[in-house]
Write a protein of this length. Structure first.
Length: 262
């Protein structure tokens, strides 16, 4: 019988435990976590930057309509791939929390099955946050904290879009200051990491042969590496936040989440 990890037997809610569980999930299943982040986030953006982004920059006014169409189509594709990534990494994180390891195929299956409702959820979330931030910022922050685990709730509990918002609101109630601190800490860590890779990329770009319209290869590679690590860590951390809140509010849930994905 597999040893249960993560949140299945812990009624406490700790920022340190979330960070630790996130690193544990990444280290225990790097193929699924980093592989999915690379294949469905970094690689498409890398190809876009290398082959399409440059063409859009060089486009003249006569091709404005084509540029807009390509940009919108690219955004839709990136959104779909982003949701596939989110769903897949929730699957990997839940498996780790229950002492199991989800295969790459299992994670992809979960991501594909949840991508469409996740797009609807994220679009509604974006609209709500835009309205909230327009109302003097604070309402937007509150909404973000309330909805911070809507994505993993939709995937892990097979919730509908509106039910996922309600579930997230219920789970985060009473812990939103801690969630705010966690999100702020994650943001600081990601900014520091990005700055370090940015400095390395600048140094590489200065020593590489590159034109004004074509990024140096080393910059593209570092960008892909940076994006893979950031997407994987951020997505897994949000999933672990959900698991921490669920254990804190509902108590041990050993085996119940795994049964959903069976």
């Amino acid at each position: 019988m597999a040893t249960q990890a993560g949140w299945t037997g812990d009624r406490s809610f700790s920022i340190g435990a979330i960070i630790s569980s996130s690193f544990g999930a990444l280290a225990s299943n790097p193929l699924a976590t980093f592989g999915i982040a690379f294949l469905f986030s970094s690689l498409p953006q890398l190809l876009f930057s290398a082959f399409i982004g440059t063409s859009l920059i060089m486009a003249d006014r006569s091709s404005t309509v084509a540029t807009v169409v390509v940009s919108i189509a690219s955004y839709v594709v990136f959104l779909l791939l982003s949701m596939l990534t989110q769903g897949a990494l929730v699957r990997a994180t839940v498996a780790h929390a229950e002492g199991e390891r989800a295969s790459l195929a299992e994670c992809l299956g979960t991501g594909l099955s949840s991508a469409v409702p996740l797009i609807g959820l994220v679009l509604l979330m974006i609209i709500g946050l835009m309205v909230g931030f327009a109302l003097f910022v604070v309402p937007g922050v509150i909404l973000y904290l309330m909805w911070s685990v809507a994505v993993p709730a939709l995937v892990a509990e097979e919730q509908g879009v509106l039910a996922a918002f309600s579930r997230s609101r219920a789970l985060t109630k009473g812990a939103r200051w801690k969630i705010f601190g966690l999100q702020l800490l994650l943001l600081v860590l990601l900014i520091l990491f990005t700055m370090i890779l940015g400095i390395a990329g600048l140094a590489g770009g200065l020593t590489s042969v590159a034109t004004a319209t074509s990024p140096a290869p080393v910059v593209l590679v570092l960008s892909a590496v940076s994006n893979t690590l950031l997407v994987a860590f951020w997505s897994v951390a949000q999933a672990n936040l959900y698991l921490g809140l669920r254990a804190w509010k509902d108590g041990p849930q050993a085996g119940k989440l795994a049964e959903i994905f069976a």
